[in-house]
Design a protein around this ligand. Structure first.
Ligand code: AMP
Ligand code: GLY
Length: 431
């Protein structure tokens, strides 16, 4: 079988890495890919939103299955275009992807189906939004409605900060059309966790839990990033909390998908806040694999990823799960992201990455590439998040030590990373 993976980050490298281990996969293509993916797949320089280019590749190379990594092509309807042409694709159609591409749609969906989420109000006028913020007081959360590359959410500690966020989104149009409307939302406390599940719209199969580290610096300080590291499992998602997630989030989610006849074949990712009493609330839905959570989660997958992705794309997840339940390793995993100097602000590219071979030789370690390229001689940096050094171990402590041992072998000018990935889990009882 031939498989195309769309995207070029650490998440896509983890997907390609798993596909390459399947006995049923003969060839992998990746658009556009990166220097690490190029070792396992043929990278073709087609942008994820160039639908014609992608479709031509699939037709001419007789590709059997396409797996979509990032949200933009899904929101723009890539899965619909492919399905109309009779192609198998892993990823929801545009109407389902609105659960991620419109915060307003997503919040209204949660309200319609009784999914626990923070109280909110929607505004299309900045004056009314500001008035409401002054009435409610701080802390308060401001969210641009549309896709904003993870930068459209502001957790404001003061009313002034909240008003500043509204001005940035609605007046300065920092995110363009994505800021036509804002969601003003109650700020809720608790511990965050990422919960992903495979779904074909008829049934869902949960993945193991994970936790992201969104801030750039240790101790969750500094600005938000795409994610500086992840680990799995997340101890906050105890068996009891997971049961609550199934009952209060996943079942109503699936009911809503069916009631609204959405074509949802892919991954549903709920960004959760687990309150002190163990009750889950949904902060956001994403309609794709998380990055870097996927690196930590797929490191623990025991089943054949291709089989699962194919069943999802064919709407046959239920029969696969009956025949061969999706299995996970009991180990823990930790992924540490190595970033370019200056990230998440401006950064330089083209820095030579050293020590990759030594790190790759380590047992139970995989170095996933994100923003990397090849200059003809060396692997060089080509993005903000450069590598996701991922290790497994019998528990989080062991996996963490192994991941940081591997990190110590790698260097490039300006490289920086968090030293405290998985510290929240270390020292707690991990089930
Ligand atoms: P989102 O993209 O909606 O997940 O928001 C990005 C980040 O903002 C989340 O990971 C949380 O850290 C924070 N956040 C979002 N909504 C809330 C909320 N209602 N209360 C507290 N923090 C929030
Ligand atoms: N790690 C956060 C995300 O993938 O949205």
């Amino acid at each position: 079988m031939k498989v195309l993976v769309i995207g070029g980050g650490g998440r896509e490298h983890a997907i390609v890495w798993r596909l390459a281990q399947s006995r049923r996969v003969d060839k992998i293509y990746c658009c556009p890919g990166n220097a690490g993916i190029a070792e396992l797949a043929e990278c073709v320089d087609i942008r994820p939103t160039d639908f014609d280019g992608l479709m031509n590749l699939v037709r001419y190379e007789w590709i059997d299955l396409t797996i979509v990594g990032p949200e933009d092509p899904l929101a723009a309807g890539l899965a619909d275009v492919f399905r109309k042409d009779g192609r198998k694709i892993f990823g929801p159609g545009a109407s389902a992807a609105r659960l991620e591409s419109s915060k307003v749609f997503s919040k209204d969906f949660m309200r319609r189906y009784g999914i626990p989420t923070a109280e909110y109000k929607v505004f299309n006028s900045y004056i009314h939004a500001e008035d409401y913020v002054r009435l409610k007081g701080a802390p308060i959360v401001i969210k641009a409605d549309g896709l904003a590359a993870g930068k459209g959410v502001f957790v404001a500690g003061t009313v002034d900060e909240a008003c500043e966020a509204i001005r940035l989104i609605m007046k300065e149009r920092a995110f363009g059309e994505a800021g036509d409307r804002v969601v003003v939302e109650e700020c809720i406390g608790g511990e965050e966790a990422s919960f992903m599940a495979f779904t074909d719209g008829k049934t869902f199969v949960p993945m193991v839990s994970s936790q992201d580290h969104k801030r750039i610096f240790d101790k969750d300080l500094g600005p938000n990033t795409g994610g500086m590291g992840a680990y799995s499992p997340a101890p906050v998602l105890t068996e009891e909390v997971e049961r609550a997630v199934m009952e209060k989030v996943m079942k109503p989610f699936l009911h809503g998908v069916q009631a609204e006849r959405m074509d949802f074949r892919g991954v549903i990712y709920a960004g959760l806040m687990i309150r002190a009493d163990g009750s889950p609330m949904v902060l956001e839905f994403n309609c794709r694999f998380g990055d870097p959570e996927t690196q930590a989660v797929l490191a623990r997958l025991d089943s054949d990823f291709f089989e699962v992705a194919l069943a999802v794309s064919e709407g046959k997840l239920g029969s696969l799960a009956e025949r061969a339940p999706v299995a996970w390793r009991p180990d823990a995993s930790v992924c540490v992201v190595l970033a370019s100097g200056g990230y998440p602000g401006g950064y330089e590219k083209g820095k030579i990455v050293k020590g990759l071979e030594a790190a790759k030789k380590m047992k139970d370690v995989v170095v996933f590439h994100a923003g990397t390229g090849f200059d003809g001689e060396n692997v060089v940096t080509a993005g903000g998040r450069v590598l996701g050094v991922t290790a497994t171990g019998s528990d989080v402590r062991t996996a963490k030590a192994r991941a940081y041992d591997a990190v110590a072998k790698i260097s490039f000018e300006g490289m920086h990373y968090r030293n405290d990935i998985a510290d929240r889990a270390v020292g707690r009882v991990v089930c």
